[in-house]
Design a protein around this ligand. Structure first.
Ligand code: XLS
Ligand code: CA
Ligand code: CA
Length: 439
């Protein structure tokens, strides 16, 4: 069966094209700063949103038919999703996919039955992958939907529930390795708390680290060479989540000796929920050597929750791509953890959403490269911090002063002039000129 029969393949036609099923900015083979766009931007499809999300919200049932011609929650349906997903990825030119265990198969009452289904459907996926260049970006275990996880997974009060979390992580790692995944994600869905007085925070955090350590030991023992990722998020579903933002998650990894095996998977919408910008979170990860992968989406600035929209904001994408370029690229990829709006309920909308997301990041890449090539922003920053490369600044960095000798230095000067202007408006003008100046 052909699920997206209205389009053969989405191709690049350039900015003048009016074809709704063509890329205007994403040109896979075009070389930017020495690398093909497809290498800069390893895009991925999120199984859960693209093949699962049907528009349901707490005020009403689904609006989008994701049955793909099968009876929902059956093995037949799980396989129809694989068929639809591979047709979609091929037509879009998407080379990677991401999944939770329960996106691949319907969860059964007995975990052994769920595992059997996972074996069967992952065999089917493996078969589909043959003869294509489509690969698994990362896998993860959903340890937040089943009611058993209401008090957390790694952070649960119940050792039995902790054992079930371990079993899910083990199976999800087995399948990640089987599908050749680049990474394995921990998003701490319910790893947080609602109320402090009934919570043992120290034990909960130690146990999360314990589960992660077990995952690393097991993963390495079965040949998983990729990165583990923490995907920080400050709230929702829990009021307080332990992986609040990149800085918190990196501190946690270092405190528990997990920093060599883990990197960050930064989601744009989670950054804004933490009152940060997307590029702030990318920068914190980058300067700590932990920028691994990206969940490419955006939130609505007027709503305080996780709306998981397809990225459209070219400013944000440009600033994000600046960080990615400065990091020398991602070891992971760009997973569209994004869903169509509830009223965008047709298959055509699914295709248009990915065209929007891919073109937005392609524009971001083009504009970030143009900012780097233009050089004025970097030149200003170099100049702003030039004092640290010579004289007093260099001596401080080289450890030639202590607090007392610096105090003597300052007292001798008596007073100092102000540092140079921050030139923010000047830089903003340069950025606008590069974005909209028609170059
Ligand atoms: C939820 C998260 C989730 C992770 C994977 O907010 O974004 O979907 O990416 O569990
Ligand atoms: Ca995500
Ligand atoms: Ca999200």
């Amino acid at each position: 069966m052909e699920y997206f029969d209205f389009v053969k393949a989405v191709k690049y036609e350039g900015p003048a094209s009016k074809n709704p099923y063509a890329f205007k900015f994403y040109n896979a083979d075009e070389v930017i700063l020495g690398k093909k766009m497809s290498e800069h931007l390893p895009f991925a499809m999120a199984w859960w949103h693209n093949l699962g999300a049907n528009g349901v919200d707490m005020f009403g049932r689904g609006t989008i038919d994701k049955s793909f011609g099968a009876t929902p929650n059956t093995l037949e349906h799980a396989k129809a999703k694989v068929d639809a997903g591979f047709e979609f990825m091929k037509k879009m030119g998407i080379k990677y996919f991401c999944w939770h265990d329960v996106d691949l198969v319907p969860e059964q009452d007995d975990i052994n039955e769920t595992n059997k289904l996972l074996d069967e459907v992952s065999d089917y996926i493996l078969e589909k992958m043959k003869g294509t260049d489509i690969k698994c970006l990362w896998g993860t275990a959903n340890m937040f939907s089943n009611p058993r996880f209401m008090n957390g997974a790694g952070s649960t009060n119940s050792p039995e529930v902790f054992a079930f979390a371990a079993a899910q992580v083990k199976k999800a790692l087995d399948i990640t390795v089987k599908l050749g995944g680049r990474g394995y994600v921990f998003w701490g869905g319910r790893e947080g708390y609602e109320y402090l007085l009934n919570t043992d925070m120290a034990l909960e955090q130690e146990n999360i680290a314990r589960l992660m350590r077990m995952a690393v030991d097991y993963g390495r023992s079965i040949g998983f060479k990729g990165d583990f990722y923490i995907e920080p998020k400050p709230k929702e579903p829990m009021k307080h989540q332990y992986d609040f933002d990149a800085a918190t998650a990196i501190g946690f990894l270092r405190a528990h000796g997990l920093d060599k095996d883990f990197k960050m998977n930064i989601e744009a919408n989670h950054a804004t929920l933490a009152q940060h910008t997307f590029d702030h979170e990318l920068c914190v990860s980058r300067i700590n050597g932990m920028l691994g992968s990206i969940d490419a989406n955006e939130g609505d600035p007027l709503l305080g929750w996780d709306t998981d929209q397809f990225p459209a904001n070219v400013y944000d994408a440009t600033f994000a791509m600046l960080q990615v370029l400065k990091a020398g690229g991602l070891t992971g990829g760009f997973n569209f953890d994004a869903k169509n709006r509830r009223p965008s309920n047709t298959r055509e909308d699914m295709v248009k959403a990915f065209i929007l997301g891919m073109d937005t990041f392609a524009l971001g890449l083009r504009k970030a490269a143009a900012i780097i090539e233009d050089g004025r922003v970097d030149e200003f920053v170099n100049e702003k911090y030039a004092g640290w490369k010579k004289g007093l600044g260099k001596d401080i960095i080289d450890g030639k002063y202590d607090l007392k000798s610096l105090s003597e230095y300052a007292c001798k000067l008596k007073n100092t002039k102000e540092p140079c202007s921050g030139n923010q408006e000047g830089i903003q003008e340069v950025v606008n000129e590069i974005l909209f100046g028609g170059k």
